[in-house]
Design a binder for this molecule. Structure first.
Ligand code: FDA
Length: 392
């Protein structure tokens, strides 16, 4: 067996691992079982990578400890990452709600991180499987396999950056959780998040492809963004966002006309244009296919003049407080992130270092910190990586 020593070994060449590798100082090795680094960066943001959010603050993150992420995010902020991106001459734009995307391709962010990695002299081994990881005589001993060769790597520091379980097809595994457990760390319950919600087969099939702005609520929170109907259920940013707060068996409530007092609107319309069909009036506010669908389930026939105040109130209820019970979610197959992960209770929020095993660090999505949709998860990857790198 070949033996090598590096000061720092990083497991995972995703967003967090590459960022840490570029800033850990010399004598650092990153290993990853994938054949290319930063694969999720490459496919993120529809190929343009929503790399941060200008409104990033601690309120857009979930985790068992609602304060844990504050320190890292405050010390390496969205403005620091924007500065890095700008120094590399990458053009970007704000799409909506503070979400920053590359004007060009997401691969620009990977290229930028690879240039930073080169500058720091960090070594990257791809196509490398991790076989075993232990801590002996004050050193980490990690056995990996690369091109059929068994290699034992000793290191003074070990950073776990292998992400969460979302999209196994892209190489996501629970490796960080397993290693963390082996080192005595707790892992909180993990579940798919930022994920489409599913409904009884075919329920929304007639609406597949229809999109509309909506306010989606449950008893914990609410998001006003686009809602998309699909063959299998509901998707779009508003649904992905609420999915992080939804649990099996719970209902969600959809306001299809946020900001509009529909009952008052219909009473005025009844007065001004009583001979207009109810569906025509609603068709001016919402996509026609959506109105036809709801017309069938809520019996929307007749003209505005035919509507009593009680009927108007029930139509307003149907459109502004549409209560639906998802049967499930699309799961890790399409989830953008994993909710839960390595418990933060045994990690330093300043450095991401284990309180149990000195020299062991955990960063990125593997940790029980999950951001909203909109660039927050990458910002957590950058910030947590910088917290660890700055401490090593
Ligand atoms: P990440 O998953 O990036 O990296 C982990 C690395 O570890 C991978 O390279 C993997 O191959 C490697 N690895 C895993 N198991 C291993 C094992 N057993 N052995 C060796 N290596 C192993 N976020 C955002 O802020 N803006 C956005 O636009 C998007 N868009 C987006 C789209 C899609 C389709 C997805 C799935 C996700 C997003 N995200 C996002 C979320 C974002 O991609 C995610 O939060 C970060 O990539 C997390 O970075 P990490 O480095 O922690 O894990």
């Amino acid at each position: 067996m070949q033996r090598r020593h590096f000061r720092t070994l990083i497991l995972g060449a995703g967003a967090a691992g590459l960022m840490a590798g570029a800033h850990c100082g010399p004598d650092t090795l990153i290993v990853d079982h994938a054949k290319a680094p930063g694969e999720k960066i490459r496919i993120s943001g529809g190929g343009r990578c929503n790399f941060t959010n200008i409104y990033c603050d601690s309120s857009q993150f979930l985790g068992q400890n609602p304060h844990f992420h504050k320190s890292a995010l405050a010390r390496y902020t969205q403005w620091d990452f924007i500065d890095l991106v700008s120094r590399h001459g990458i053009a970007w734009h704000e799409k909506t709600l503070g979400q920053l995307f590359c004007d060009g391709q997401a691969t620009q962010i990977i290229d930028m991180l690879m240039k930073e990695l080169d500058k720091s002299g960090t070594t990257l081994w791809l196509n490398t499987s991790v076989r075993e990881c232990a801590h002996r005589d004050g050193r980490f001993v990690t056995r990996v396999e690369n091109a059929g060769q068994d290699i034992e790597i000793t290191s003074d520091f070990l950073i776990l950056a292998t992400g969460g379980k979302s999209i196994p097809k892209m190489g996501a595994t629970g490796l960080a959780y397993d290693i963390a457990r082996d080192f005595g760390h707790e892992v909180t319950e993990t579940r798919p998040a930022l994920v489409p919600l599913t409904f009884d087969k075919g329920r929304f099939a007639p609406l597949a492809g229809v999109s509309s702005k909506a306010l989606i609520r449950n008893d914990k929170t609410g998001f006003e963004e686009a809602l998309l109907f699909t063959h299998r259920g509901l998707s779009g940013p508003a649904i992905l966002q609420i999915s992080s707060y939804w649990r099996e068996g719970e209902a969600i409530e959809i306001d299809l006309l946020p900001g509009l007092d529909l009952a008052t609107h219909l009473r005025r319309a009844r007065h001004a244009s009583g001979r207009r069909a109810v569906t025509t009036e609603l068709g001016q506010l919402l996509p026609a296919r959506l109105v036809s669908f709801l017309a069938e389930v809520s019996d929307l026939t007749g003209n505005l003049a035919d509507l009593s105040d009680v009927r108007i109130a029930s139509i307003a209820q149907a459109f502004k407080a549409w209560s639906l019970k998802p049967t499930g979610s699309e799961g890790y197959r399409t989830a953008e992130v994993t909710l839960g992960g390595i418990s933060t209770s045994e990690l330093s929020s300043k450095s991401m270092e284990s309180r149990k095993v000195p020299g062991l660090y955990m960063i990125g999505e593997a940790v029980d910190v999950t951001g909203w949709l909109g660039g927050y998860n990458f910002q957590w990857a950058w910030s947590s990586a910088m917290a660890a790198a700055g401490h090593i």
